[in-house]
Ligand binder design. Structure first.
Ligand code: SF4
Length: 400
């Protein structure tokens, strides 16, 4: 065992390699991109970029059917693109283990929206793990493959920017020898016509029950005993912030956040005077915990937009902000992103500008054409949307 400093993304790649993964496919997107760049360096893994996230997941499904452990990686908006195979994959299950790694971007450092993809795990009835640092990123990916094969399910591992890009100390291990499995023909399991899908949906519901039992006892979900005055339920990087802000509190640290361990949560709540839920973005855990009949405070104190940090958690729960050595960055010159000096898109925009066109753009460098002096983007919704929007716009005879 060796100790090394790894980013969360590097640790995901290392964990997948240690788990015996033989195939990885992805569509690049911040903050997930470096996972595939890293895993491509392992000779034992066939790693490739796909033309989009749907194809990346479908390629991983094919590898899993072919008996090889497979990883599909994408950022949060990519899961919208891959949602069609993802939701039915839940019914089909796996042959060899399959893990979908989804990286969310709270605060939208490099994204067009701030969606909380944890809801996809509930929608698709798929188990979800949320590491809070690089060591857990490595450990949880390995566990995810074990869960995938034990429960015949894809497993979603959800990270966020600060887990993906922060570097923390990691104990690495050896690669597990995993034999390629035979693909056994089984239309009832693999061919989702309505008659078989109805049977598989019942299997999925029964599987969620077994996964809920697993969630009660897995060491990923653990109580850290502290003061009885306050209990904090948290997961992912938000756990690190909460530990810093409430060093004396008791914690229920959740690594498996879907399905939630109801009995464990109730036991934890009974042992403390009050419970806070500290989570980034939506009240995903809070709403479910309240539905269990447990009184908690979460989004009444914390925002549903943007990343958390220790100061936001401090202020939200009525504590004083820390003093920072550099607090005011407003006097620093702004450095917005821009098209490279020799970018060919500049030439196109410059040539088209005198025509004063309405421009519907796509996600990518060319979106930066919206900035002055080019000012050549009038709408940008999502990847690949430009032609469809331009088509609809032109069909209704809107102004040109
Ligand atoms: S497409 Fe992007 S990376 Fe390439 S030259 Fe233009 S701005 Fe630079």
């Amino acid at each position: 065992m060796k100790k090394v400093l790894l980013t969360g993304n590097e640790a995901v790649a290392r964990g997948a390699w240690e788990a015996g993964v033989g195939f990885a496919a992805a569509y690049p997107g911040t903050p997930s991109t470096e996972i595939t760049e890293t895993i491509a360096q392992y000779d034992e893994v066939k790693a490739e970029w796909a033309p989009n996230e749907k194809v990346a997941l479908e390629s991983a499904i094919g590898a899993s059917f072919g008996g090889v452990r497979a990883l599909a990686c994408m950022k949060h908006v990519g899961l919208n693109v891959a949602a069609d195979p993802f939701c039915t994959l839940s019914y089909v299950g796996v042959n060899a283990g399959l893990v979908l790694l989804c990286a969310d971007d709270p605060s939208m450092h490099s994204s067009q929206n701030e969606q909380d993809t944890r809801y996809y795990a509930r929608l698709a009835k798929v188990p979800m793990l949320e590491p809070s640092d690089s060591q857990e990123a490595l450990d949880f990916i390995k566990l995810a493959f074990e869960i995938s094969e034990a429960f015949d399910t894809p497993v979603m591992v959800r990270v966020t920017t600060r887990v993906s890009h922060s570097r923390t100390l990691v104990s690495t291990g050896r690669r597990k020898a995993v034999k390629q499995k035979e693909f056994a023909r089984n239309p009832q399991k693999y061919v989702m016509v309505p008659a078989f899908a109805r049977m598989r949906h019942r299997f999925v519901v029964e599987r969620m029950g077994r996964l809920a039992q697993y969630s009660e006892t897995t060491p990923m979900n653990t109580i850290i005993k502290g003061s009885r005055k306050l209990g904090v339920v948290s997961a992912g990087v938000a756990f690190q912030y909460a530990r810093e802000v409430f060093p004396d509190a008791s914690f229920l640290k959740l690594g498996m956040t879907h399905p939630l361990p109801e009995k464990l949560i109730k036991k934890f709540a009974r042992g403390v005077d009050k419970v806070f839920v500290v989570e980034e973005l939506e009240p995903f855990m809070e709403d479910q915990i309240k539905a269990m009949g447990v009184a908690v405070t979460g989004k009444a104190a914390l925002p549903v937009t943007d990343e958390l940090n220790p100061d936001v958690v401090r202020e939200g729960f009525g504590k004083k902000r820390r003093r920072h050595p550099v607090e005011d960055t407003s006097k620093l010159p702004p450095r917005p992103p821009n098209l490279c000096a020799g970018c060919p898109h500049r030439g196109f925009y410059t040539a088209a500008k005198p025509l004063k066109p309405i421009v519907f753009g796509d996600i990518g460098c060319y979106t930066l054409g919206m900035l002055p002096p080019l000012s050549m983007h009038d709408a940008c919704v999502c990847m690949g949307a430009s032609i469809g929007i331009a088509h609809g716009y032109s069909r209704v005879g809107a102004n040109k």
